[in-house]
Write a protein that binds this ligand. Sequence first.
Ligand code: ADP
Ligand code: ZN
Ligand code: ZN
Length: 731
Amino acid sequence: MPLLHIAVHTPAHSAISAASELLSYRSEQLLPRGSLVRVPLGKREVLGVVWGEDTDYAGEASALKSVAAVLEGIAALPESWLRLVQFAARYYQRSLGEMAITALPPALRDLTTEQLTRRLKRKSQVQPESTTADTALALNPEQAAVCAQISTNEGPFLLFGSTGSGKTEVYLHQAAQLLQRDPTAQVLVMVPEINLTPQLEARFQARFTTQLGQGSVVSMHSGMTPPQRLKSWLAAHTGQARIVLGTRMAVFASMPQLQLIIVDEEHDPSYKQQEGARYSARDLAIWRGHDLGAKVILGSATPSLESWWASRPAGTAGPQDGGGRYLRLVMPSRIGAAGIGAAGIGAAGIGATGAVATGSAAGAMPRLRMVDMRQQPRRTVFSEALLQAITERVERGEQALILLNRRGFAPVLFCGDCGWKSDCPHCSAHQVFHKNDRTLRCHHCGYTQRVPHACPSCGNPDILPLGKGTEQLEEELERLLRNVQRPDGDPARIARIDADTTRAKGALEEKLAHMHAGDVDVLVGTQMVAKGHDFRRVTLVAAVQPDGALMSSDFRAPERLFSLLLQAAGRAGRDAAYVAAQGSKVEMWLQTLQPDHAVYQALRRWDYAGFAAQQLAERRDAAMPPFAHQAIIRADARTQEVAQGFLRAAAAAAASQPLPGADDVFVYPPIPLAVQRVANIERAQMLIESPSRKALQQFLRAWQPTLHWLRSHPEHKALVRWLVDVDPQAI
Ligand code: ADP
Ligand code: ZN
Ligand code: ZN
């Protein structure tokens, strides 16, 4: 009987360490690598992936358990998939089994063999999709130049294009060219959050479904049911699906003929998985493309500083100092957009460093209006000037978008007499006041209480909301715009989009539809409203309190804020014909106490490149990413002492042995997380840093067994968990 090495996901508490990542089983027949099987594990039967034959098993083979079943209806996973999973497991310091199994659709995990064989036999029902066919547009000169570069170079490519510059059209064009040339080729298109951008999905469906047939374009994201995801996965695995559109999980789709990978909005933090195996789908996309010889296009109007640094304009010298590995392609002009600000991204930002010289027609962005809140009466939420500008929009029948990245009514309730605050009893955070249902809710652990009638500490009946959330903004606008009339004489209609108002299934789609239909005059929302939406009648976008983001200790906070505000600005003035017919002003408003901050000064000129250069100079001086590579070891326990004790012991163990790479690696002392306690668990972390990615990798890998060993040591039995996060996105 042959013995097989099989990757299975052993439970986290199991004593099996990362070192012994494959388990050995007996099998009736020799199965090819990549075969899916079900194997006994403890008392359960679990999914496994055959990793190869075990030719040198040292123990008593007859004592081994046998493979329970083979998922015969499914072809073995391709070698390229096994390589990807193996790389991801090594790089992100996980076991092969965990990486392999979590990279597969959950339905495969849960189905018994019989259930699956049913399911595979059932004819895939053809859902009549109501997509309208859509034909390719003639590329404009910028798009044509970019497409020519992509055709004649290897890449990877960083497509740096303003919001609305026609990046999606470039993706569609590249996909169409490839699929026409090669009748089996497959394309992977990744997006940050698919439910926020249903338009993109619709555009791919419309462009390709009639041409390639039903089922040729499939989606993959967490909003789908497990059977739907399985169906998409199988379509990709069999090659029937030619285009897979998905969120970060889609980077692991089995696509035997994958030849083009597109990562839209590559800067978006949601490409980083924040639980379990903490991988970056964007970074894995680059690796996968390189491994397959497939082209990779990263697209963004505000690239991550890592990708910006990694890219070089066409015609300039090749890689140096870790930078310049990608080819930077530039599309400065907004198509059909109408802004009044003369300085488009092109004029100030891209022109200086861009590869594609446009010379003309710099894309127009909205005019930036900054309100210095130090000159305003204290507690002002809407400055007089901004309120006037919003009023004008309503009276002209145009739309306004108000951005505040904090949901709820107020971030905290406060007693002026005794100083009581609505702290969460389980977290080191405040409970947020939600006025709609009169609750106090913790946004970290979910703990919810009724709002007390009086201060729980001193009985004072006048407890006050402190600070503003979207709910309060909506209420305040209702009051402030009470006497403002739309052109038809009706009062202003105000709506809100945030996690609270869109919890119900279909609620987000419905609210967005109202906005698109023009049934809303002023939309208040969190960052959910800033991303990707093609609002046609918005002529004003306002960020009322953006400064809060700058207080964060995270060194990426300015980068994130700049990106959010630029994305938000991109929602205004998207329809030139409308703006011209209306004779509208297109504006982005910022209310700030720090008008001189680098983020706002760069925004004033829509100058991404200038901002990036300034931030990169700071990062270089401080030896921060992308000029250093980081990992975090996190420990959770009932007390900080226990959590930090584990980390200190881990650091001491590392120092006491000659770990490879150690000379180039710096281990910082443990510290509590910014939100130190969540759901009664104390959290601590330790930063590991190195100028060399290789040294960091070697060091982490060699350290793993020690960490596993320490964890099982009686001294650390009070530890709840530990984890490693490579290339962390939040510090
Ligand atoms: P981005 O992805 O950069 O935000 P899109 O690809 O969505 O930009 O393009 C913005 C708008 O311009 C869309 O309405 C799109 O249909 C239109 N568009 C894109 N390329 C062209 C073109 N070559 N000719 C005419 N319209 C175009
Ligand atoms: Zn009190
Ligand atoms: Zn809590």
